[in-house]
Design a protein around this ligand. Structure first.
Ligand SMILES: [Zn+2]
Length: 228
């Protein structure tokens, strides 16, 4: 089997730190793909996560394991992919273990986890300001996540389709606070699971601008995905 996948970049961090924007900036280059867990689980599973705000989108480990395994089984045989960015994944220490087991079984790629960091003021400000478009992003449970770009004249009008933008559901103050708390509870475990496996975690500060942080990360992605 000809293995071509050379680099996997797990990107994790608190809500509204800029993970998705980062992957949208960096994932468009030829040879790169972005993995978003929600896009690889069934509508039934997503619907189940939406019924309880306490679950906050939590997906059971079996489903996660299957999604990651099938994605990389297909991906590592695809000659057009050398780098995969994982947007907001892994979300727990158990998911780190699942990811590493899958990658080590299938590939010999490098793994470069990035923890996106910024201060609480910036997080709250970004969560308050960011918006999504229900017309441009067809989410199976009507909970779009991708940051939408507004027109220059109207912060509530989508620059792409002209439709009305909405706040992201999970950015309501109550849910945002719960998501932030959960992140702080799980982040230590995620970092430890990587470092215990001999994989250092790089911190990337997005406080100034997310675009600037993307530019800082770009050379690392190029050098790490070069042929060994
Ligand atoms: Zn739109």
């Amino acid at each position: 089997m000809h293995m071509v996948l050379r680099l996997v970049v797990p990107i994790f961090g608190p809500p509204a730190a800029g993970k998705t924007t980062l992957t949208m900036h960096l994932g468009n280059e030829p040879g790169r793909r972005v993995f978003r867990l929600r896009e690889h689980v069934s509508e039934e599973v997503l619907a189940a996560t939406a019924t309880s705000s306490e679950r906050l989108g939590w997906i059971d480990e079996f489903t996660v394991g299957e999604a990651v395994r099938s994605y990389f089984t297909a991906g590592q045989q695809d000659p057009d992919i050398h780098t995969v960015l994982l947007d907001n994944f892994p979300g727990s220490a158990a998911q780190v273990d699942q990811l590493l087991t899958t990658l080590w079984t299938l590939t010999s790629c490098r793994i470069e986890p990035i923890e996106v960091v910024t201060d609480i003021h910036t997080l709250k400000q970004r969560a308050k300001n960011r918006k999504v478009c229900h017309r441009c992003e067809h989410d199976p449970i009507h909970d779009p996540r991708l940051p939408a770009v507004p027109t220059t004249d109207d912060p509530w009008q989508c620059a792409r389709c002209g439709g009305l933008l909405h706040p992201r559901r999970g950015d309501s103050p109550r849910l945002f606070k719960a998501r932030l708390q959960r992140y702080h509870q799980t982040a230590i475990g995620i970092r430890t699971a990587f470092t215990d496996s001999g994989i250092p975690v790089t911190q990337l500060d997005t406080t100034n601008t997310i675009e600037g942080a993307a530019n800082l990360l770009a050379p690392l992605l190029i050098s790490r995905s070069a042929s060994l």
